[in-house]
Design a protein around this ligand. Structure first.
Ligand SMILES: [Zn+2]
Length: 375
């Protein structure tokens, strides 16, 4: 039986620079595909753009669909602050392995690959395991959207998204919809504002309107309230002109029951009297599984030893590929966000992951695969 050391694989994956932009995940995806093929998986690569490679690997047979484990191989940039450890060398220090993507989320991928390779011979004669390893998650879940939109995913029965949760199982996350709002006016000399039409003044009214915006769903019993944040604003070219254009971007975080297309329409309706245009620029749906679902209860039970006791239902703050993949699987399947990385370290300078947590994840993922496959 082939064995993969998840700690060593994490360090190996850190050496692939998959900073997004530009991403360029092909080499990393091919390396993982080679490991999985050797273990008996059928592997398909899908590129949504040059060298932006996702892969889908599958082992198993039978009438029940497989259990899916998923993760993204792209990472965010290093940031402006200097690192005290090499971001690509997989430097270890005590229990920590440092590097960009160590927590978010190459350790999660290494952990499920270790479990999946070990169980491959038995899983081949069972409903089996599907691994979906995506490119381009950090900027709008592009890889996952491509797989879903092009019908490249066979049905799965349940999904583990191995994003950083310190091995605590989260039952979902809010949705995310970003909008760009523009106002237009008429330029004029700054000494004669009365002959112009000031786009910034219009935008000030838009901001007032946005502050008073009410979402169609007030609150969710686990996720809490949806939110709206005005993140950027730009307008005007020089102080002595009346500005004829202003633009702002808005980040909304939504709960189940809020449809993003309808949300865009309500913002348009709200801001139409100001002459403002609204455009949705990023869209990731919310993800939620009822905690009482039988499979989720089993995940809670299996995670309890690593989560400091029986978990209580919680959702995580960040967004994932999960909602797009779930759509691609064509069904309302249960999904959990569960992985070895430290959620507080994602995207940070000197990101690291605990190697003990990586070992725990391999254990936990092995248990979940065995349970699902009856092996
Ligand atoms: Zn991530």
């Amino acid at each position: 039986m082939a064995r993969i050391d998840a700690r060593a694989l994490t360090r190996e994956l850190l050496a692939f620079n998959t900073i997004n932009p530009p991403g360029l995940e092909r080499a990393c995806a091919r390396r993982l595909g080679a490991i999985l093929e050797e273990a008996g998986y059928k592997v398909d690569y899908h590129e949504y753009a040059e060298a932006r490679t996702s892969l889908v690997a599958r082992v198993g047979e039978g009438s029940k669909p497989p259990i899916c484990f998923t993760g993204h191989i792209d990472t965010v940039p290093l940031g402006a602050a200097p690192w005290s450890h090499d971001a690509f060398a997989g430097e270890a220090d005590g229990d920590r392995v440092y590097g960009r993507g160590s927590t978010d989320m190459k350790s999660g991928i290494a952990s499920f690959i270790a479990a999946a390779v070990e169980l491959a011979p038995k899983a081949a004669r069972s409903p089996g395991v599907m691994l979906v390893i995506t490119a381009g998650e950090e900027i709008g879940c592009e890889g996952a959207k491509y797989l879903a939109n092009h019908g490249l995913l066979e049905p799965a029965g349940a999904m583990v998204i191995a994003e950083p949760t310190a091995n605590y199982p989260y039952v979902g996350h809010k949705g995310l919809a970003w909008f760009e709002i523009e106002t237009h006016g008429k330029t004029a000399h700054g000494s004669m504002p009365e002959v112009g039409d000031n786009a910034i003044v219009k935008m000030a009214r838009v901001i007032d309107d946005l502050q008073g915006f009410r979402f169609p769903v007030d609150s969710h019993r686990v996720m809490g309230k949806p939110t709206l944040n005005i993140g950027t604003i730009r307008g005007g070219l020089n102080t002595n002109s009346v500005p004829d254009e202003a633009r702002l971007t808005v980040d909304t975080r939504t709960v189940p029951g809020i449809d993003h297309a309808l949300l865009c329409k309500s913002l348009e309706a709200l801001l139409a009297p100001r002459g403002a245009s609204v455009r949705k620029i990023v869209d990731c749906a919310a993800l939620y599984t009822e905690p009482q679902t039988e499979w989720m209860q089993r995940v809670f039970e299996a995670s309890a030893p690593f989560a400091g006791g029986r978990p209580t239902p919680k959702t995580i703050t960040f967004s994932t590929d999960g909602a797009d993949l779930k759509r691609g699987f064509g069904g309302a399947i249960p999904a959990v966000v569960l992985g070895p990385g430290e959620p507080t370290l994602a995207h940070r300078t000197d990101e690291w992951c605990s190697m003990t947590r990586i070992d725990q994840s391999v254990d936990l993922f092995r248990t979940l695969m065995r349970d699902w496959c009856g092996i």
